[in-house]
Design a protein around this ligand. Structure first.
Ligand code: ATP
Ligand code: MG
Length: 550
């Protein structure tokens, strides 16, 4: 696997190995299974797996499943699939919920040390008592319960004697701390809910800030890489590891989140797009999820190359989505066969071409990669061209077809537009052209030149195809104005569907086969909606050109 370029996290690891603090690097990728992974997660995956790999270390895939209400086995399975598809293999597959017993015991230890107490304040009261950045918090009237009483109440919380929200367990730290995270954070809550892994065994669940450091310490994680919003929680992370008397001391290291232009990147928002029907599932090709990008046609190689190019810094950064597209073009340039497809067909009859004759023309599969060999393209009296390669009354400098003008058909002959056929509404439905047999491609014809080359598909053997063209799902990612939400920025034109044709040699295409269509860009055979042997469905991955320069 391609190596991780140097960055400040890698430098910390090198130092820790050199000083003997650790003799093996252990990292983890810790998703909460409450949604599908997105391209932002790819950054975390590549950092965790890539860095450990650079030092022959270990990386676990650990599901941070401490919130039964939002989590589901469907998400667990999709996350496993996506990590593998991105090209990574975990050492251990772990669930935070497998440590519930140990976490409970550590909480009991805190109570015994006088460092945790059961609080009866409501969630609202706790918030009120917490204070603000400028004012210290207020101590709860239950803060000084005896150790015995706390042990008893905590055990009864576990036994299910109380309802949701009736009691919580809080760490006893400092209500006046300038760091609000240290003002007696809640570490256990009651939730009578069925958990995807532990079923109904538990009705109390540890909070993230308590659970996460314990998970890392239990697994012997050496470097716990997380995003920058957890920076203020680092003192609490260290407090939990120390006061719970964990044997291993993981180090939390924060880095900036990856954001993309015209993209929402939070599972909560992505779930809303799915639930409210703005897209057709988590794997809709317009989604920035790994599964959506896979269905759209992005390759793991292109995603990895893109993410590696984004800097690892302490700041959240927004990267132009065109940079991502640049990497998929680079990856597919030599891999994808070139072909012709007609997105908006217009029938052309070549009146001087013999009826019933079929000719097989030769074309390279990929002129930039001659090793891919040659293909045969049928040509006959009837073909399809693109509607917008013809204009009845063209403006100046229009070099494609118009009455009396001659163009080259890619890989074939020059044709000249002689006659237009219109329907009752005046719409052009057919062109009648003549061809010049002297002008066949590859024969070295130099008699005269034409300025336009257009693509085409032979009509009798053409394979029906649906083309799905995409625009960004989100119009822009600036802050929402008052009274609006990100849903108001969903692009109503993000999907355009066209019915057309492709070359017959594509008939046997398989799910996820990728092609470069002449002039239209890169497309992927949709794995879900294609009816093989009947109609192919193509998702546009990217157009051919971008303004982005690396
Ligand atoms: P979201 O807000 O999208 O739900 P999350 O941070 O809650 O994301 P987790 O399942 O907790 O999602 O994420 C697993 C790991 O991926 C965490 O370590 C998290 O910091 C990291 N991660 C999530 N989003 C990004 C991002 N945009 N850039 C980099 N890392 C990310
Ligand atoms: Mg989360």
């Amino acid at each position: 696997m391609d190596n991780q370029t140097s960055n400040f996290i890698k430098d910390i690891m090198i130092k820790d190995l050199e000083s003997g603090k650790h003799d093996k690097i252990v990292t983890r990728f810790p998703p909460e299974p409450n949604g599908y992974l997105h391209i932002g997660h790819a950054k975390s995956i590549i950092l965790n797996f890539g860095l450990a790999d650079d030092f022959n270390g270990l990386t676990n895939l650990r599901f941070d499943d401490t919130n039964p209400l939002k989590e589901d086995i469907e998400y667990v399975n999709s996350i496993k699939e996506d990590v593998k598809w991105l090209g990574f293999e975990w050492d251990d597959l772990l669930f935070a919920s497998n440590y519930f017993e140990e976490m409970y015991n550590r909480a009991v230890l805190l109570i015994k040390k006088g460092l945790a107490y059961v609080d009866d304040l409501s969630a609202d009261e706790i918030r009120e008592y917490r204070g603000t950045l400028t004012e210290p918090g207020k101590e709860s009237p239950y803060r000084d319960r005896s150790i015995e009483e706390n042990l008893d109440l905590f055990e009864r919380m576990r036994a299910g004697e109380f309802s949701n929200g009736e009691k919580v367990l809080r760490a006893k730290i400092n209500m006046a701390s300038p760091n609000i995270n240290l003002r007696d954070p809640v570490i256990y809550r009651i939730s009578h809910a069925t958990h995807h892994n532990t079923g109904d065994k538990w009705c109390i669940y540890p909070m993230y800030a308590f659970a996460h450091p314990l998970e890392d310490a239990i697994e012997g994680v050496t470097h716990s890489i997380c995003t920058i919003e957890f920076e203020d929680q680092r003192p609490l992370y260290n407090w939990v590891v120390e006061q719970c008397e964990m044997e291993n001391t993981p180090q939390q290291i924060e880095f900036g989140r990856l954001n993309l232009t015209n993209t929402v990147m939070s599972k909560r928002k992505l779930k809303q797009l799915v639930d409210e029907g703005f897209v057709d599932g988590w794997d809709d090709p317009r989604m920035p999820t790994i599964s959506g990008m896979r269905r759209r046609g992005f390759t793991p190689e292109s995603i990895r190359a893109f993410v590696r190019e984004t800097a690892v810094t302490k700041n959240n950064a927004t990267v132009d989505v065109e940079m991502l597209e640049h990497f998929v073009r680079e990856d597919l340039k030599l891999k994808a066969p070139r072909t012709m497809g007609i997105i908006n067909p217009l029938k052309v009859v070549i009146t001087n071409y013999p009826e019933g004759q079929i000719e097989l023309l030769d074309a390279e599969i990929n002129p930039e990669n001659p090793d891919m060999g040659m293909r045969k393209i049928p040509f006959s009296r009837e073909i399809y061209i693109e509607q917008d390669d013809f204009m009845e009354n063209p403006p100046a400098k229009y070099f494609r077809l118009f009455p009396g003008n001659e163009v080259r058909l890619k890989h074939a002959y020059f044709i000249k537009c002689e006659e237009i056929v219109k329907d009752a509404d005046g719409k052009v439905v057919e062109l009648r052209c003549t061809y010049d047999p002297e002008t066949k491609s590859g024969t070295g014809f130099t008699g005269r030149k034409v300025k336009g080359t257009i693509h085409w598909v032979e009509a009798a053997h053409a394979v029906p195809a649906e083309f799905r063209l995409y625009e960004p799902l989100i119009l822009d990612e600036t802050e929402e104005e008052e009274g609006t939400t990100f849903l108001d920025k969903v692009n109503p034109n993000s999907l355009e569907v066209h019915q057309g044709y492709v070359e017959p040699n594509m008939k046997e295409s398989q799910p996820h086969d990728k092609f470069q269509f002449f002039r239209h860009g890169y497309f992927n055979v949709d794995p879900k909606d294609t009816s093989y042997g009947e109609k192919l469905v193509f998702n546009q991955i990217v157009s051919l050109k971008s303004s982005f320069k690396l």
